[in-house]
Design a protein around this ligand. Structure first.
Ligand SMILES: [Ca+2]
Ligand SMILES: [Ca+2]
Length: 203
């Protein structure tokens, strides 16, 4: 909604400290393993698995006064459950939760702050999405499975000056299937194959 975007922009401009400029890069990542510390962009799954992923924003020295980020989902490999919006202090939630969740998209994870200057050089968690892996579906078509970005009409990233962040980086998340027993056996047997070839050639 246009009103939403206007509100975010207003908040950002109100928080604007004059004469400061943005540096570095704001990065939005999908942490496919919320149990393990750090960001894991890949998760090994089997059909029927249920798990959560986090959306994280790594804020640069230029600060971030407002954000609205959505995520596209590969619905062949993942079924979306609940999507929860987080607005860690000093950010406040603009809309009271994500606006919409459909099979292929969750939009939007939003927050804004009046803090001057806005938080900088830090990482914040802006959302959590629950997924299940469909039964009988083919996993791993090589395409990203959870792709954050400025996708919906409201989406933006605003630095301390209330301006669009230049060149934000979006890191998607992937699910990959557990290797099948046959594949594992082949891998284990791999070292014996050259010997087998040599033997056959010599026979
Ligand atoms: Ca993690
Ligand atoms: Ca995929």
């Amino acid at each position: 909604m246009r009103i939403q975007k206007t509100l975010l922009a207003f908040v950002a401009v109100a928080a604007m400290p004059l004469g400061q400029s943005a540096f570095g890069t704001v990065t939005v990542s999908v942490d496919m393993d919320t149990v393990t510390a750090g960001v894991q962009d890949t998760r090994i799954v089997a059909p029927g698995d249920a798990f959560s992923v986090d959306l994280l924003i790594d804020i640069d020295a230029g600060g971030l006064s407002g954000y609205s980020v959505s995520a596209d989902i590969d619905s062949v490999e993942l079924t979306v459950g609940t999507a929860t919006e987080h607005a860690p202090a000093p950010y406040f939630n603009v809309t009271g939760g994500v606006a919409s969740t459909v099979a292929t998209r969750v939009s939007e994870f939003e927050g804004a702050t009046f803090t001057i200057p806005a938080p900088s050089s830090t990482t914040i968690k802006i959302g959590t999405i629950d997924f299940t892996v469909p039964l009988g579906g083919a996993i791993d078509d090589g395409l990203a499975d959870v792709t954050p970005g400025l996708i919906s009409v409201n989406d933006l990233l605003l630095d301390n000056n209330g301006l669009d962040v230049v060149g934000p980086v979006f890191n998607p998340g992937y699910v990959v299937p557990i290797p099948e027993p046959g594949t594992l056996a082949l891998l284990a047997f791999g070292s014996g194959i050259p010997w087998l070839r040599r033997t056959r050639r010599g026979a």
